[in-house]
Design a binder for this molecule. Structure first.
Ligand SMILES: [Zn+2]
Length: 501
C-alpha cells in the first residue's frame, strides 16, 4: 500500500465490567467471546473499505483468519490499523464500519429489545484516528503512542462498575428448556451473551458443546484455580522490533507471533481443556484467562503456568515473558470475586520488585482465610514447589485408596511431617545461618524433625529440604513465601487444620 499517513485504533468495552457480572462458566466465556466476535465483525467491515491495513491483531496474510473458527474469542478488545487516507476520510470509514458491525451483531443476536440502538448504548467504544506526525509528538514509536492515548481514553481499569443495563428478551422454546427461563425475561448483557453463545458459535462453526462448571473443575479437592496471564516487557519488544520509524510490517510480525503462541502446534484451548482438564475463557493479545482443576492426571496448575511460560518465550522471544495471577478458590466462591482477585494478583505479580515472569498464587479457604506466595518461574524454587505439590498429592491418593507408596524421582510420592510449619518457624535463624555458611540442611533437619517416623515422611523431608535450599530464605518476606507455599501444599493435600498464617 501507499505510505501510511493516518493511524486508526479502537477499544471496545466494558469487557471487565461484563465478565465480572458472570456467575457461570458459560456466561464468562460468552461475555468475553462476545467482544471478540464484535471486533471480528468490525475488522471485516474495515477491510472492505480497501484502504485500511490492519496491523494488530494478526488476521492472516489476506485476512483469512477473520473467517476461521478458533474455538477461542481471540480478537483482542483493541485494534490498530494504518491508512493512506486523510484523517477525515479514515474517520468516516471507521464510523461506517462501527455502525455496520453494530447492525450485523444486533441482527445476529435477533432478540426483542436487542436492536442496534440497545447494543450501541451498551458498548463503550473509544475510536482514535490521528496523523502519524501527531503521534510522533507523544512517542517516537506510534504503537506505544496509540496505547498511551487509548489507555488514557478508557482509563484501562479492570474493575469498572458492573453494567446495570438489561435487555428485554424473548426465549426460544429450546432456551426455555435449557435454562429454565420464563418466555419473556429481562436479561443482563452477560446472561444474554451466555444464552447467545450457541447462536454465535454456530455462525463461525465453534465446536463447543458444553462447559465444565466450577463444580466439575473442583471435582477432586472442592477447589478450582483461576489463572490470568499477561506479557512482560512487551513495550520494550515493540520498540526493539519497530525502531523509531514505526515499520508496520514489524508490528504485524509481533502480532503474528502472539497468534502463533495461541495456535501453533497445540491450540491453547486444547492444551487448557484437554491436557489440563480446564476451561479456557479468553486468549488474545498477550492476555489469558483460564479456569483449571488443581490437578488433572499427573499435571498440576503449576505445570500449566510453566508450559505457557516456556511456550511464550519460545514463540514470542526470549526477552519477553508471562506473569500470572493465580487464585485457588472453593467451587461456590462468588465468580466475581474469584476473577477480580485473580486480576489483582496479576497486577501484584507484575509489580513485585519489577521483575519479569512472576506468579502470585493465592488460596482462599472455604472459611475465607487467605494464604499467598510469589515465585519467579525461572528460579529453581518454582520447580521444587511443583514437586512438593505433586509428591504430597500422589501420596494422598494412594493412602486414600489404601495402596502402597510408589516413589520414583520422576513420579514422587511422599508425606510431610505434621508439625513442619511450627518447627521451621522455631528454627528460622538456624536455617538462615546454615544456608549462609554453605552447608546442607540435612543433618540439621534430621535433628529438628524428630517426629518424621514413616519412610514417606523421611522422604518428604528431603524434598522440603530441596525446596528450602532452592528458595534460600533470608528476609521476613522470604519466610512468608515459604510458609505460604507450605500452607497451600498442606491444604491441597487435605489437611484442614488451621496453621498460623
Ligand atoms: Zn507415598
Amino acid at each position: 500500500m501507499r505510505v501510511p499517513k493516518t493511524y486508526l485504533a479502537l477499544t471496545v468495552g466494558p469487557i471487565y465490567g461484563t465478565i465480572q457480572s458472570a456467575k457461570k462458566v458459560r456466561e464468562l466465556f460468552g461475555a468475553s467471546y462476545f467482544f471478540s466476535w464484535f471486533m471480528r465483525h468490525l475488522l471485516i467491515e474495515l477491510r472492505q473499505s480497501g484502504n485500511i491495513d490492519i496491523a494488530v491483531p494478526y488476521i492472516g496474510k489476506s485476512g483469512e483468519l477473520l473467517g476461521t473458527s478458533h474455538n477461542i474469542g481471540f480478537f483482542h478488545d483493541r485494534f490498530v490499523a494504518v491508512s493512506s487516507l486523510s484523517v477525515d476520510e479514515a474517520r468516516n470509514q471507521l464510523k461506517k464500519a462501527q455502525e455496520k458491525a453494530l447492525q450485523t451483531c444486533a441482527e445476529k443476536l435477533r432478540t426483542n429489545g436487542v436492536d442496534t440502538e440497545a447494543l450501541k448504548a451498551y458498548l463503550v467504544m473509544h475510536p482514535l484516528v490521528i496523523e502519524k506526525e501527531e503521534l510522533a509528538k507523544i512517542d517516537k514509536n506510534p504503537l506505544i503512542a496509540i496505547d498511551k492515548l487509548l489507555d488514557a481514553k478508557e482509563l484501562h481499569y479492570p474493575f469498572a462498575p458492573t453494567p446495570s443495563k438489561t435487555f428485554v428478551y424473548t426465549c426460544t422454546p429450546e432456551e426455555k428448556d435449557k435454562f429454565g427461563a420464563e418466555e419473556i425475561t429481562d436479561l443482563s448483557p452477560v446472561n444474554l451473551f451466555g444464552y447467545k453463545i450457541h447462536t454465535i458459535k454456530r455462525e463461525i462453526g465453534l465446536k463447543i458443546e458444553s462447559f465444565r462448571s466450577t463444580h466439575d473443575l473442583a471435582y477432586e479437592s472442592g477447589y478450582f484455580v483461576v489463572v490470568t496471564a499477561d506479557g512482560d516487557k512487551m513495550g520494550a519488544k515493540i520498540r526493539e522490533l519497530m525502531g523509531e520509524g514505526g515499520n508496520v510490517e514489524n508490528i504485524r510480525s509481533l502480532s503474528k507471533n502472539l497468534y502463533r503462541f495461541f495456535f501453533e502446534n497445540t491450540n491453547i484451548r486444547a492444551l487448557t481443556n484437554d491436557a489440563y482438564g480446564g476451561e479456557l475463557i479468553f486468549a488474545g493479545g498477550d492476555d489469558i484467562l483460564a479456569l483449571l482443576p488443581v490437578r488433572h492426571g499427573s499435571k498440576t496448575f503449576l505445570d500449566y503456568l510453566d508450559e505457557l511460560s516456556k511456550r511464550f518465550k519460545a514463540v514470542v522471544g526470549d526477552e519477553v515473558s508471562l506473569s500470572f495471577g493465580v487464585n485457588i478458590v472453593y467451587y461456590k466462591y462468588p465468580m466475581k470475586n474469584a476473577i477480580s482477585e485473580a486480576f489483582t494478583l496479576l497486577k501484584e505479580a507484575k509489580d513485585w520488585g519489577k521483575r519479569p515472569n512472576i506468579a502470585k498464587i493465592q488460596l482462599v479457604k472455604h472459611s475465607g482465610q487467605k494464604y499467598d506466595t510469589l515465585h519467579a518461574l525461572s528460579e529453581p524454587a518454582f520447580a521444587t514447589l511443583d514437586t512438593l505439590v505433586k509428591g504430597t498429592l500422589a501420596h494422598k491418593d494412594r493412602t486414600r485408596q489404601k495402596q502402597p507408596c510408589e516413589h520414583t524421582d520422576e513420579s514422587p510420592c511422599f508425606a510431610l511431617p505434621h508439625a513442619v510449619h511450627h518447627t521451621l518457624d522455631l528454627y528460622k535463624g538456624a536455617i538462615v545461618k546454615t544456608l549462609e555458611d554453605g552447608r546442607s540442611l540435612e543433618p540439621f533437619f534430621e535433628k529438628i524433625f524428630d517426629d518424621a517416623r514413616t519412610d514417606a515422611q523421611k522422604r518428604g523431608l528431603r524434598y522440603l529440604q530441596n525446596h528450602i535450599e532452592a528458595l534460600r530464605p533470608v528476609t521476613k518476606e522470604d519466610f512468608y513465601r515459604l510458609f505460604g507455599d507450605l500452607n497451600i501444599v498442606k491444604f491441597l493435600r487435605g489437611d484442614r487444620d488451621d496453621l498460623p498464617a
